[in-house]
Design a protein around this ligand. Structure first.
Ligand code: SF4
Ligand code: MG
Length: 329
């Protein structure tokens, strides 16, 4: 059995005059066809770099310095860039955080979406326009056929994000990667966009890799979560198992910073301290300076990822004890 996406011991190095730093270290996860996995963590934890590595979109000063990324059994790290680009255009789609970077302001949305069908699938112009109308209809933009002649600025923020989703799913990718797809939107529209992504995923059977710092956003759509900290995955497992009984103190801290819907006036508790500078990560467990459970061994020995009950893995010396703590309120 071969997963759709298998990332194995991935390391990504950013270069620089100061010697650079590792943005990702030993990142491993798998995604099955049709499954949803969410990468969660604070800004700078390595979530976006992971997506960029998979999509061959790393910035020029970054390189994959170790590990493998297999898509449907093909190793993307050793593939020629042209083949990776072709896969990224057709079998993998990506939704970016800011719709305006993905849409060209000087072309109508019809031109932009139809071009995908013309260039990638060799459709004639009429067929391509008709396919474009079907796609923007599928993402819930009313009056699709007429709206094809509009320019991106003539749509609201939420509708623009629907257009970006339309472009990402137009060629029926087997994997959709969405990097903070709702961050720029207001709360009501966020919920609508997440619902749309979830519905499209169920209808098309595509796998979904969701990247977010907001645990609440993904709780209802994701099968599994992987929590990232300082360039590594520190806990991964089925969403309910991880949310209800986190095994890593960092996950527990993230949980308690989710605003609870029924106590909207309560203060948010957050994890004290800041994520480490990637050029100067702490010894032992990278989380130990911020961890309220830390013991002397934590500053010395790096905890490996270990399998625990419930189909979950975590990188903490005391994971079994953390699991047994009272649920996060
Ligand atoms: Fe905290 Fe130690 Fe576990 Fe790291 S290994 S998360 S410092 S208890
Ligand atoms: Mg990011």
């Amino acid at each position: 059995h071969e997963p759709l996406l298998a990332v194995e011991s991935l390391a990504v190095r950013f270069g620089g005059v100061d010697g650079g730093f590792l943005a990702l270290e030993d990142v491993s996860f798998q995604l099955e066809a049709g499954e949803t996995l969410s990468l969660l963590g604070e800004s700078g934890s390595g979530k976006s770099v992971t997506a960029q590595a998979v999509m061959a979109l790393l910035p020029g000063n970054a390189e994959i310095s170790g590990g493998h990324i297999a898509f449907s059994g093909e190793d993307l790290v050793s593939l020629p860039r042209s083949r990776t680009r072709a896969l990224c255009g057709t079998q993998m789609g990506m939704i970016f955080q800011d719709p305006l970077t993905a849409l060209n302001p000087v072309f109508t949305v019809g031109d932009q979406i139809a071009e995908l069908f013309q260039v990638r699938q060799g459709y004639g112009r009429r067929t391509a326009w008709s396919a474009a109308a079907d796609v923007i209809d599928a993402v819930g933009i009313p009056d699709a056929r007429h709206r094809l002649n509009a320019y991106p600025h003539q749509f609201s923020g939420g509708m623009r994000q629907r257009l970006v989703i339309a472009m990402a799913i137009a060629l029926k990718p087997r994997l959709l990667i969405a990097d903070e797809p709702t961050t720029a939107l207001d709360v009501t529209v966020q919920a609508q966009i997440m619902e749309l992504i979830g519905n499209l995923q169920r209808e098309t059977g595509m796998a979904l890799l969701l990247i977010t710092h907001d645990l609440g956003v993904v709780a209802d759509v994701t099968d599994r979560v992987a929590i990232m900290y300082a360039g590594r995955i520190v806990e991964t497992g089925p969403v309910r198992v991880v949310y209800d009984h986190p095994a890593h103190p960092y996950t527990r801290g993230l949980m308690s910073s989710i605003p609870s819907l029924d106590e909207s006036d309560g203060p948010l508790s957050t994890i004290p301290g800041l994520p480490p500078n990637p050029r100067d990560r702490p010894s032992g467990c990278p989380f130990h300076p911020r961890c309220s459970f830390a013991k002397p061994v934590c500053a010395v020995e790096r905890p490996p990822m270990r399998a625990l009950s419930g189909g979950r893995m975590a990188a903490c010396h005391f994971a079994e004890e953390v699991v047994r703590l009272d649920p996060v309120s």
